[in-house]
Design a protein around this ligand. Structure first.
Ligand code: PCA
Length: 221
């Protein structure tokens, strides 16, 4: 007689959003990612988690989440007030240069995210395929060439460095998406349900595309 085997757990997609910063009362990245918590997308289970807008502890928290969930795909999401489209970030740079204080009043100027690390990392996401998928759905989307030099770039660079250097993560893909303000925060804005739909479409495209149409890879030294 065959013994029943336990169902294999679904592979995980880790999605992170940030808490509000800069005196705002909400952060669209968290509003959008939390709506996808425990949803299934293309045979994967989504886990959504919040990162603090802090230079000091955001990366330790991300590293803890990676160890806990061992995701197949990681997408960190942040607010980019003033942008009009879902921004697929191409490159993370090894610089912290804060124009405003973070939520613990830290404001590093021209410091490294990782001392001695490469100058930059390209995203591990198939951003051109994701862009096409978003535009096909009629959603405002773009490839962005900079995630800035505040906590979002810090987390993006730290994520790519962790995936490149920590044992056990060589097959985990990751990257960063910035989202516009929500209505009420300022202009231009996108509605929460559009952001949620956009993230779903972006995740699906990332899972369906192993090699991007046009993609750099790895570290830039
Ligand atoms: N946006 C900030 C940090 C947190 C967030 O949501 C940024 O773009 O760096």
């Amino acid at each position: 007689m065959r013994t029943p085997t336990a169902a294999k757990p679904l592979p995980t997609v880790l999605l992170t959003g940030f808490d509000p910063f800069g005196g705002e009362s909400l952060n669209p990245s968290w509003q959008a990612v939390r709506a996808l918590h425990h949803k299934r997308i293309a045979g994967h289970k989504v886990v959504a988690a919040q990162l603090p807008t802090l230079f000091d502890t955001s990366l330790a928290e991300l590293a803890r989440l990676l160890r806990e969930h061992r995701p197949a795909l990681v997408i960190c999401v942040g607010q980019a007030g003033g942008r009009a489209a879902i921004s697929l970030e191409r490159i993370a740079i090894n610089v912290n240069d804060a124009r405003i204080p973070d939520n613990a009043a830290a404001q590093p100027v021209d410091t490294a995210v990782v001392a001695g690390g490469p100058a930059a990392y390209f995203t591990g996401l198939p951003i051109k395929a994701m862009l096409q998928a978003l535009q096909r759905e009629g959603l405002a989307a773009e490839v962005s060439q900079t995630a800035g030099t505040f906590v979002c770039n810090h987390v993006f660079y730290g994520l790519m460095h962790l995936l490149a250097t920590r044992r056990g993560f060589s097959r985990t893909r990751g990257g960063f998406i910035h989202v516009p303000w929500l209505p009420g925060q300022g202009q231009p804005h996108m509605a929460t349900d559009e952001l949620v739909r956009g993230l779903r479409v972006a995740i699906k495209a990332a899972l369906a595309t192993s090699t991007d149409i046009a993609q750099g890879a790895g570290a830039v030294s």
